[in-house]
Design a protein around this ligand. Structure first.
Ligand SMILES: *Cc1c(COP(=O)(O)O)cnc(C)c1O
Length: 461
């Protein structure tokens, strides 16, 4: 009876997934905007990336594994650099950083943002030119600031009066004059598909513009003269598809720049509009091309500067997700398939919230496909879940998978390059997966898988 009721419900609602999700005509098809560029489904039915069969990657490197399409990552670096050729493009390392990534970012001519001593250490260990580094964070320690100053980091984005004092002391002690930007809270909160302008900013980052702290910080730095104030910085959020938020934000920082000029006769030479450019996680997302973005942002800044009577400053942007997010996918092995009341199937994989916390943390949507074979079975509504002791351990909330998906199949989840390995944890003492870069028929481990020995190494008994 329950099954019958559930069946009726299923028929009434179509299915229990979101209203936009429809059974695909071909459950084996790959939506190009979701996958790294070299990924195809070969005649065998299995996916290949960079010319390598994913079954071979799983056999050689185990699962779960993050797979980086190196050609795709490089192409995205290059496209941003070309589209924003008159700007400085900082790759936001917090999305995903390791030495191999840092080297590629350097080779492709980008700058690099870090936001902790650890990320700074990776950048320096990989030999990244320190003058091309930016250093963010709302609570940088004295040790972190000292290291950044001693390494010659190109710019430090100051975030509080306490930090200005700390950095001023460090600079005076060493007789140097570090370049800084001021992180401004412009009162624009960016959400996935809209932005809300708030008069009152209630969050931890930056100096409030509306409250006057941002202007006060600028005047303090200029008057004290221990730090070189290069410009203002604004980062309005993440996964933004609408340039309206950037328009409001640019207008407000340019207005502030004009007030600084009026107060001290100083025209700041730089302006950083931050990152946050959206990517496609499902068929519903339609991100802009870097070229379109560049055109729109340039026009916004030029218009605002013309209005304020300011020369157009050197603009920088800080994409993280938009460069690395689509360049990677996670390859899992299916362990169990459970039908729940005829509503949906729960497909358990050998990872979960420890390698992708975004679904649990942000209610993020992902998609998935069976990667080791093509299937002729009808599509069925599935939820991809992990192996952790947590009911919220969901990787993909809703996806149509072939009804014959079974233990031993490989499942690929695209769009996991950003904020997945970088946010990975050891919950349930599950070792964190490796990251394997694939290019031109060859695989290379760029971050090795953790072992039980790694986990036990920290345990002092
Ligand atoms: C997180 C962050 C970025 C990158 O955001 P994406 O959404 O990955 O593009 C850029 N700048 C700052 C200051 C950030 O905090």
């Amino acid at each position: 009876m329950r099954a019958h009721e559930a069946g009726a419900l299923h028929a009434d609602l179509g299915h229990r997934g979101p209203s936009w999700l429809r059974p695909p005509e071909d459950v084996n098809a790959l939506l190009p905007q979701l996958w790294p560029r070299t990924v195809t489904r070969a005649d065998s039915g299995a996916l290949t990336v960079g010319g390598v069969d994913v079954r071979e990657i799983a056999r050689q490197h185990g699962t779960p594994v993050y797979v980086l399409d190196e050609a795709d990552f490089r192409a995205r670096c290059r496209e941003f650099a070309a589209a924003f050729s008159d700007c400085d493009v900082y790759y936001a390392g917090k999305a995903f950083i390791c030495k191999a990534i840092v080297r590629i970012v350097a080779e492709e001519g980008l700058f690099l943002d870090v936001c902790s001593g650890g990320e700074l250490a990776v950048a320096l260990a990989a030999g990244f030119p320190p003058e091309r580094l930016g250093f963010h964070g709302n609570n940088k320690s004295v040790a972190e600031l000292t290291r950044a100053v001693e390494a010659g980091v190109g710019r430090i984005i100051v975030d509080s009066f306490d930090e200005i004092e700390r950095l001023t002391a460090i600079a005076r002690e060493r007789g140097v004059r570090p370049s800084v930007l001021i992180r401004v809270t412009v009162g624009v909160e960016a959400h996935t598909h809209e932005f809300i302008a708030t008069a009152h900013e209630d969050q931890k980052f930056g100096f409030s513009l509306a409250g006057g702290a941002a202007l006060a910080a600028a005047l303090k730095i200029i008057d004290e003269d221990a730090l070189e104030l290069r410009g203002l910085h604004s980062h309005i959020g993440s996964q933004i598809f609408d340039t309206g938020g950037f328009e409001v934000s640019a207008r407000r920082v340019v207005e502030l720049q004009a007030r600084i000029r009026d107060a001290r006769g100083v025209e700041l030479p730089e302006l950083d509009l931050g990152g946050g450019f959206g990517i496609a996680y499902t068929s519903q997302d339609d991100p802009a091309e870097p070229g379109d973005l560049a055109k729109r942002l340039r026009k916004i800044v030029e218009d605002e500067c013309n209005l304020a009577g300011l020369a157009v400053p050197q603009v920088s942007i800080e994409p993280g997700r938009a460069i690395v997010g689509p360049a990677m996918f996670t390859l899992y092995e299916v362990g169990t398939v459970k039908d729940v009341d005829g509503i949906r199937s729960y497909v358990s994989v050998d990872g979960g919230m420890s390698d992708n916390i975004r679904t649990a943390l942000y209610d993020a949507s992902y998609s998935a496909t069976v990667a080791n074979r093509a299937s002729n079975a009808t599509p069925m509504l599935a939820r991809v879940v992990g192996k952790h002791c947590e009911a919220g351990d969901i990787v993909v909330k809703d996806e149509f998978l072939p009804a014959d998906v079974r233990p031993g199949d490989l499942l690929a989840v695209p769009g996991t390059g950003a904020y997945c390995r970088s946010m990975a944890s050891n919950y349930n003492h599950v070792p964190r997966p490796s990251v394997v870069a694939v290019t031109e028929g060859a695989t290379r481990v760029i971050v090795r898988r953790e072992t039980e020995d790694d986990l036990l190494a920290l345990d002092m008994g």
